[in-house]
Design a protein around this ligand. Sequence first.
Ligand code: NAP
Length: 319
Amino acid sequence: MSKSNLLQYDYDIIIIGGGPGGYAAGIYAARAGLKSLLVEGAATVSQITITDVIENYPGVPDEINGYDFMQLFKKQAAKFGLETAGFDITGIAGDETNSVWNVSAGGKNYRALAVIAATGAQWRKLGVPGENEFAGKGVSYCATCDGPFYRGRDVVVVGGGDSAIQEALFLTHFAGKVYVVHRRDRLRAAGLLQKRAFAEKKIEFVWNGTLEEITGSDLVTGVKIKNTVSGKIAEIKADGVFIFVGRIPNTSVFHGVLKLDDGGYIITDENMQTSAAGIFAAGDCRHKLFRQVVTAAGDGANAAFSAELYIGNLKGEAY
Ligand code: NAP
């Protein structure tokens, strides 16, 4: 008798998260014949669905917006029979056999042999007037995605960490001028990045500056900056505002279950295995350097394959 007869479970795999990482995992898991459920948050939206244009996903040469792009992932997953549901996961706990994970949501419990965490991250927002209104209309949280739209134009970068400085340097390939607005008088970014940024003629630093408002009509036309020392407000004309004041991973449900890094990101090995047997992670919720649609999708495929091997062992069906 196969070991699987002794295990009580509803799904081989439950995938948590409906972005590129989650759907890529779902496509691979369902295509491999594993009984899989993908759960999307009831109220949350994946970062990609608010991305205006994607033009750097290999094999997709025509510009496509993030929402439409996700519909293609969903169509492909449905073709392979992936089950999907929309609710917020409230807890994850192992059972006494250490072979089944109980995933709870809305008073219900779903049992799975493996879980793939693809819960993503959200950009930390500044919470200033204009930030939400001009999202996708000049306000961006991704220079790799949106930088090429600002050829020869002036942009503002907010933040003083590695992301802000690295992305400011990237933006100099396109923009006419890059203003880096930082709330203090020195950067948090690594020394090498600082050195490069200080040597870059297109970058102008605005020290001790907090962004008070993003202005415009249909599109962004500028920002108002307050000097924290003098209290004076100055205006800068710009077509784009790139905000890099940190990210917040959506991993609260994994606290106490998985090993997280100091920033709250899930730590995995190269095969997407987390610190708990049977739980894998993919995409922006994972500790890694480069967070892009293509890297999330790659993670998802890897996580599904690792989960397939794990489940095969658990069921005594490994080849
Ligand atoms: P971060 O290191 O947390 O830096 C956030 C920056 O935003 C800081 O300069 C901070 O100012 C500023 N900030 C935070 N809240 C703000 C607010 N409300 N108003 C104005 N400014 C605000 O975040 P990150 O740059 O995204 O980096 C996250 C992690 O990824 C770091 O560990 C970083 O090393 C890593 N990373 C590495 C690389 C690389 O190795 N190439 C590239 C990107 C990111 P203060 O300095 O005053 O606190």
